[in-house]
Write a protein that binds this ligand. Sequence first.
Ligand code: ATP
Ligand code: LTN
Length: 327
Amino acid sequence: MKRILTGLQPSGELTIGNLIGGIKQMVKYQNEYESFMFVPDLHTITIPQDPETLKKRIKSIVALYLACGIDPNKNTIYIQSENLYHANLSWILECNTYMGEASRMTQFKDKSQKVKNVSVGLFTYPILMAADILLYDADYVPVGIDQKQHVELARDIAIRFNNKYGKTFTIPEPLIPQVGAKIMKLQDPTKKMSKSDENIKNSIFILDTEEDIRKKIMSAVTDSENKIYYDPENKPGIANLLTIYSAFANLSIEEVASKFKEANYGTLKKEVADVVVSNILDIQKKYQEYLNSGIVDQILDEGNKKVNQIAKEKYEEVLRKVGLGRI
Ligand code: ATP
Ligand code: LTN
């Protein structure tokens, strides 16, 4: 059976962009593939974090995975930092990655402009991500479009390693959602909605109150044409609202555009708010139940045990091939 793997950083409250780009795809594919869903907390400290907040977010994100429909019976769920093989493999992969290819990563270019003291970890972040993927021989990696370049780097590293040391890693492929690969900021629909945005009016968080969700959607930036059709280039605000509706109502963009073609912007916004609220309130209810149940720790303990065994075998194979240690 093919394997699928992804993770979302506990770097802030999850947005509907994370839900649509990352989690929903896993929910869809968990019936078809052997699924691994983890919390990449080592990635999160590439940007300074408050330790207490980070710790709370790690368990909270797992409760959200479950609330959003990630089934613990179909997924192996674990925390990256609890498995020492990720960082160890990452080092070996760093030694098989060129400065030139690592320097081409656009996310590093964006993020390094936003922080004051840029850590070396922020630069090597995509190589740790390659280790996350290659340790488990993942065939597919569902991500939003912003992470596609990182998965492609993981592919390049795997191909090079296999050529140099003999077949070791499965070559992974990114899986980008057909709709919602890039949900945009509500106040600036030309840029990606992000959980660490300073302006909270730009993002809808999965744990936002109903009132906040409605307010944010009703004040989303659109244009002055007052005609509804899907044109991301010239009408990014309307295209974004249609995309959000489409993802939550499980309809194609064509179906949504046709449904609203005679409507005005006020009606569209109200209906988008309705469909988002009804989905999100359901998730929030389940989230509270999972968070208070103790089941999260149980699931993580089981997941951790399972992935440690898989990772150990792959890591030892790598040590042997590279000529490290005494194995
Ligand atoms: P940060 O603000 O910390 O960079 P982020 O909101 O951009 O975070 P990530 O943790 O980098 O989110 O991404 C988690 C997953 O969600 C990834 O698969 C990513 O591609 C996807 N994702 C993030 N933002 C969006 C978005 N606006 N639209 C679609 N998918 C998204
Ligand atoms: N970089 C990703 C999180 C991440 C990931 C991974 C996703 C770390 N390792 C491995 C898929 C596979 C992000 O910020 N979304």
